[in-house]
Design a protein around this ligand. Structure first.
Ligand code: SAM
Length: 239
């Protein structure tokens, strides 16, 4: 996807980027490839691939949860890596307040550099593991939305994300072709952690790849024992 194709695909979806936003995506791309020379951020570096598989793909969630588009709400992105999906969402929807969590310090340092260079405000960067941060009252059940991309299967991800979501908020699941199986395997985890599936959407990226966005509403408080100790959710998923 060229930059022009990216701009027009978003326009077709009802989102017109300003010159400033187009430039911010360019700056983000330049920093990503430059930093990737010495810090392992992503295997995807070719420009058209980054625009499709990182930038465009990250923004798809806002087509299905349209409240992200003009919301002053709070979104936490768990295991954000080089900033996906939350940084493209922040560039496209500047009113959104984002919190980015990652366990790797080098990636967190990169995120800080991007935020400073692009002049973004309303961004919090947290270095640590979701299991530890999810027990911190400063972050626990404080967010309107939690999401994560390419971090873990849904049963595990539910334990990383749902503790952050306030009642009435949502866990936005972004997945590829295995989404429905992962959801079926994760049903008990979602229920245990206070989540309830509200909507599910299947769509394709412009290159034909299958994607899903599943919206899980937080309807009950997450029991205090979750998230369990770091490492336990992935070793012993609920269910
Ligand atoms: N979300 C990004 C994306 O879609 O490109 C990054 C995906 S990368 C495959 C997974 C990231 O999740 C890594 O940066 C890793 O450090 C982070 N991660 C994995 N488990 C985590 C945990 N329990 N808490 C915080 N970060 C975690």
């Amino acid at each position: 996807m060229t930059v022009d194709e990216f701009i027009s695909a978003l326009k077709n979806a009802g989102m017109t980027l300003t010159e400033k936003q187009i430039q911010q995506f360019e700056q983000y791309y330049a920093l990503l490839v430059a930093t990737n020379e010495h810090v392992n951020l992503t295997a995807i570096t070719e420009k058209n691939d980054v625009y499709l598989k990182h930038f465009y793909d990250s923004l798809t969630v806002a087509q299905y949860e349209t409240a992200l588009q003009d919301s002053h709400g709070t979104l936490i992105d768990v295991g954000t890596g080089a900033g996906f999906p939350s940084l493209p969402l922040k560039i496209a929807y500047p009113n959104l307040n984002i919190t980015m969590v990652d366990a790797l310090k080098k990636r967190v340092n990169f995120l800080q550099e991007v935020v400073t260079t692009l002049g973004l405000s309303g961004v919090t960067i947290v270095h640590g593991r979701a299991e530890d941060i999810g027990q911190d009252p400063k972050y626990r059940e404080q967010f309107d939305f939690a999401t994560a991309r390419a971090v873990a299967r849904t049963s595990v991800l539910a334990e990383y994300t749902l503790p952050f979501v306030k009642i009435g908020g949502e866990f936005l699941v972004m997945k590829g072709a295995a989404a429905e199986q992962e959801l079926a395997d994760g049903r008990q985890a979602l229920a245990t952690l206070g989540g309830q599936l509200r909507d599910a959407y299947e769509f394709t990226l412009p290159n034909g790849d299958t994607r899903f966005v599943q919206i899980v509403a937080k309807t009950k408080k997450t029991p205090k024992k979750y998230p369990r100790q770091a490492g336990t959710p992935s070793k012993k998923p609920i269910g």
